[in-house]
Design a protein around this ligand. Structure first.
Ligand code: FFO
Ligand code: ATP
Length: 197
């Protein structure tokens, strides 16, 4: 008898993270620079309508395999919005969002605003991700940085996961109790709103 496969168990989150990180690495390595630029421009276009309604837009300094949200951030800045980026005092400290240029090396290998820059409460957060599913469950880098930082921002902040098209999975991602669900996923293919359950 063929038994339909159940949704993945929590252990599968670890396996999915490893698998999708590998896919992200291979995909990014396969992109010619012009192709990558064109895909990132499509992402900016997909995000633009969301920027108008926001006051404070948070994004991230991309790692080499991640799609860049910096085009959208530049658009937001040109519209006169406040922009913010993640910052950490130390590897084990809580992530905060701060305004200012990503000018200082951070403890996780990413440039960040100086810790003297003012903290911000974004109402639109563009989140990096390894993968997400159609219900808005997200797999990140596995440190819980966003889950913790976003706790206090709900329900006002809109959470939009950002990725290459294939990072939106058809399989369900097992949700942990602390996981913050996404409101939408944006990629070069466009913006997909997540239906509220
Ligand atoms: N571009 C980007 N910025 C981000 C995140 C992210 O996923 N992507 N984060 C999401 O929460 C936060 C930072 N969290 C991170 C958690 C783990 C690793 C990490 O494991 N990086 C390396 C190892 C480098 C190291 O250990 O110093 C790796 O890729 O293996 C990086 C960032 C905030 N900023
Ligand atoms: N709100 C929270 N309070 C306390 N611990 C938390 C909270 N959110 C996450 N954690 C801890 O962080 C760890 C990693 O969580 P998870 O695997 O969901 O990270 P992630 O969403 O993939 O990573 P990131 O947000 O950094 O990209 C979990 O083991 C959990 O114990």
């Amino acid at each position: 008898m063929v038994v339909p496969s159940p949704s993945p168990s929590p252990a599968d989150k670890v396996a999915l993270r490893a698998e999708l990180r590998a896919r992200r690495r291979e995909f990014a390595a396969s992109l010619a620079p012009d192709t990558r630029k064109a895909l990132e421009a499509e992402l900016t276009a997909a995000l633009e309508p969301l920027l108008f309604g926001a006051s404070v837009v948070a994004a991230y300094q991309p790692m080499k395999d991640e799609i860049s949200p910096l085009g959208a951030l530049a658009r937001a800045q040109a519209m006169g919005k406040d922009i913010a980026l993640p910052a950490f005092a130390a590897r084990d400290s809580r992530m905060t969002f701060r305004s200012g240029e990503a000018s200082e090396p951070g403890p996780w290998g990413l440039l960040q605003p100086p810790l003297t820059a003012p903290p911000r409460q974004p109402d639109l957060v563009l989140l990096p991700l390894v993968a997400c599913d159609r219900a808005g469950n997200r797999i990140g880098m596995g440190q819980g940085h966003y889950d913790r930082a976003l706790e206090g921002l709900r329900p006002t902040a809109r959470l939009v996961g950002i990725g290459w098209d294939f990072q939106l999975l058809e399989v369900a991602i097992p949700a942990d109790p602390w996981d913050q669900r996404l409101d939408a996923f944006a990629s070069p293919a466009g913006l997909k709103e997540i239906a509220r359950q």
